[in-house]
Every structure is written in C-alpha cells, then in structure tokens.
Design a protein around this ligand. Sequence first.
Ligand code: AHR
Length: 329
Amino acid sequence: MSKRAAVALVATAMAVALTACGSGGGGGSNGAAGGSSGKLVVGFSQVGAESGWRTANTKSVQDAAKKAGVTLKFSDAQQKQENQIKAIRSFIQQKVDVIAFSPVVESGWDTVLKEAKDAKIPVVLTDRAVDSKDESLYASFLGSDFVEEGKKAGEWLVKEYQATSEPVNVVEIQGTTGSAPANDRKAGFGDVIKADPKFKVVASQTGDFTRAKGKEVMQAFLKSQPDIDVLYAHNDDMALGAIQAIEEAGKKPGKDIKIISVDGVKDAFTAMADGKINVVVECNPLLGDQLMELVKKVKAGEQVPRRIKTVEGVFTQDQAAAALPGRQY
Ligand code: AHR
C-alpha cells in the first residue's frame, strides 16, 4: 500500500470511530446510538438523595437505562446547583449523546444549557423545570405538574373544613428554596385557599425536602405557634419528620394537627393507615421508562412534546390500607 493510501485509510478509520463515539449533535445519522459500544450514552445529573421519592426516582432511571440498553453516566449533585453545573460541563466534555437532568432550583441555567446547545448535545429535563425563557435550550420536560399538586392539597383542605367558619391556622413546610416543586406547590395551594379568608398560613419555612429538617422546622413551629390546626408539608419525608416532632410535643398527628403531604411513598401510606397523615397528593417518581423512550427519540431527531405530564392521584386515610400493598416505592 502506498504511503498516501495508508494515510487515507487511517483518516477514514478515525472518522468512523468519532461517529461511533457520538460527537454530539441532535441526532446522529439514522438516529444511531453513540458510545464506543454503539450504545446510547446519557449523562444524568440527579438532585441528590434527599428523600424516599428521590431514591425511588434514581432506581427507576437506573433500572430503565439497563433495560433499554442505554449507558447511563450518573452524577449525584447532593442538592447543590454548582455540582449540577459541573456535572453537565463534564458530560459535554465527554460528548455524551443526550444530557438529562433534574434541576435542584429553577433559575440560573441559561449559560450551561447554552454550552450544551453549542456542543450540539440535546438536553431533556426530568422531574423539575427551569425558568429559562429560551425554549431552544432544552428539548422536552418530563415530570409532574407541581402547581396542580398544590391545588389538590388546597382543595382537600377547603373540603375538609367546609362546615366551619372558624379560622383555620395552617403551617407550611416548604421544599428546597427556589426549587420548582417548592415554588409551585406553594403557589397552587395558595391560589385555592385564598378564596376563603378563614384559612391563614401562620408560618411557612423550608425543610429542604428532608426528614431531619422537617422535624426541626416543626419543632420551631410548635414553639412559636400556639394554635396550629393543619400542617401542609411539600413532601412525605418532611411530613414524617414533623410527625416525630408533634408526637414528642405530646400531640396527636392527624387529629390535633391534620397533615397534608405530597409524594406517596410507602412510609407515608403506613402513617396514613395509622391515622397520622390525613391526605397524600401523589407525585410519581417512576419516570425511568418514559425518560429512556424520550432520550432515544430526541437523539434520533424525532419530534417530541415540549411537556410530558405524569398522571397522579390523591389518597385519603380511608384508601391508605388498601392501597399500601400495591405501592411500588
Ligand atoms: O422534585 C420532586 C420532589 O423532590 C419530591 O416531592 C421530593 O420528595 C423530592 O425531594
């Protein structure tokens, strides 16, 4: 073989290898998967491990990736936006095929999302949204409607107290400050209860979606608020932490203080069956299969909906015991 022919052969081989590695782009030729093994490579930046919901969500995504033959590069941000930004930059450097992430907070993503766009790596949001005005920065958002969840919580409260005109004092334990679920669950709930002035949110503070902080915040509320009728917790873990605080204060959760929670993890269903939580608004963490389907379509350059909402219900105490054995998380 002449020297010139040999050089041409090496150049062709290198070009093929680069294509197989998935050098980015919104969908390789015929939507073929990238990665040296030919598998689709997805960089997934998870919020953390702050709640039972999150643990179930992580497992769902990891299991679904295995099942779908997707190579998942998983990164745990430990509830810190700067860690997620680092992870996304690292995924860009590694030239993954698609980046999926569940943003810790809503704001401050435009710069890094622009970097992904410039590198032609499509981004899919899962579970939580960003407040970016530029819709070209991500392909799709798969997850719950948190405003709707807040509204469902408010509607339960309105119905529960429809027979009384006495004031109803509510304390609220919010999720992570600046996160979509905290912002939206607060807004949806507020929107519904504002129609009746008897409902008063007498205290509202963040419990960062964790059991320990939920307990801490509830302890503080019990000291500062002489008359609490209802606790609205933005997730189950914080409600479960608060239950400990209420019991330690010698009160009966679910009776002396009614409890509204969001998520629907098994522990919350057990507490509901025991009469300690009054209602749980469901938020489904089992997004893995849908996410894998979505990233494959995005990589293949197919049209996908901008917004895919999860279907969810509301569970009350009378349904808890029957529903408990069927709960998957
Ligand atoms: O984004 C979903 C929320 O995040 C869940 O309600 C909560 O439990 C989690 O930490």
